[in-house]
Design a protein around this ligand. Structure first.
Ligand SMILES: CC(C)(COP(=O)(O)OP(=O)(O)OC[C@H]1O[C@@H](n2cnc3c(N)ncnc32)[C@H](O)[C@@H]1OP(=O)(O)O)[C@@H](O)C(=O)NCCC(=O)NCCS
Length: 173
């Protein structure tokens, strides 16, 4: 577990199901996080959550982002596709709309970078972000991520095509 004044990063648990169903069915979050666009049933979400909770692969680390103020799951963040040979992985984050713009994203990113670089001993963390996702790009740039590549017109956002950026950050040596 990791903590800041605003949030607690902790393992996901069974009682998070209701908030996760909301998160994975929120159309704004789904669009901006460029995720699976189809509806997610409670049964499907339960299966996904069980798989995360029981995962022993050492190839992913998912955390619930809990709001200190509300005592509720505000979102999730994760490192996945961890490659122990290359020492790389991919970062992702999504927050329910009522918890956005409060500094939670910036705080969670800082804690996950510390975990990835200093506990897991990774060398490089990468992510995908839509070119139109200004709030996300802002926190990534502030945390030292740089654009490494552009998948041109790769996604549809509300009927308009958008570039998808690959951003990465190396561990400070
Ligand atoms: C993207 C996301 C993780 C950011 O987390 P957050 O808690 O909302 O962001 P924070 O409050 O920590 O910081 C956002 C920063 O962007 C700025 N910002 C917010 N909206 C903005 C906009 N439309 N344009 C430019 N900057 C914006 C804020 O002012 C803040 O900057 P500051 O620290 O200089 O004040 C969160 O909004 C989210 O989960 N969104 C939906 C899913 C998503 O987009 N996931 C990321 C996929 S790559």
């Amino acid at each position: 577990m990791f903590e800041s004044d605003l949030i607690i990063l902790r393992p996901l648990r069974g009682s998070d199901l209701e908030q996760l169903i909301k998160l994975h069915n929120d159309s704004g979050v789904k669009t901006m996080a460029a995720m699976h666009q189809f509806p997610v049933s409670p049964e499907l979400e339960q299966q996904w959550l069980d798989a995360i909770i029981m995962d022993k692969s050492n190839s992913k680390a998912y955390f619930g982002i809990e709001s200190r103020e509300k005592g509720l799951l505000a979102g999730i963040c994760f490192l996945q596709n961890i490659n122990w040979v290359d020492r790389t992985c991919w970062f992702g984050i999504s927050l329910l709309p009522e918890f956005q713009g409060k500094g939670y994203g910036k705080s969670a990113l800082g804690m996950l970078l510390d975990f990835g670089f200093n506990k897991l001993n990774l060398l490089k963390i990468s992510l995908y972000v839509l070119a139109v996702n200004s709030a996300a790009i802002k926190i990534y740039e502030k945390a030292g991520f740089e654009v490494e590549g552009t998948l041109k017109q790769h996604c549809v956002v509300d009927g308009q095509r958008s570039d998808l950026l690959i951003m990465s950050r190396f561990r400070e040596r």
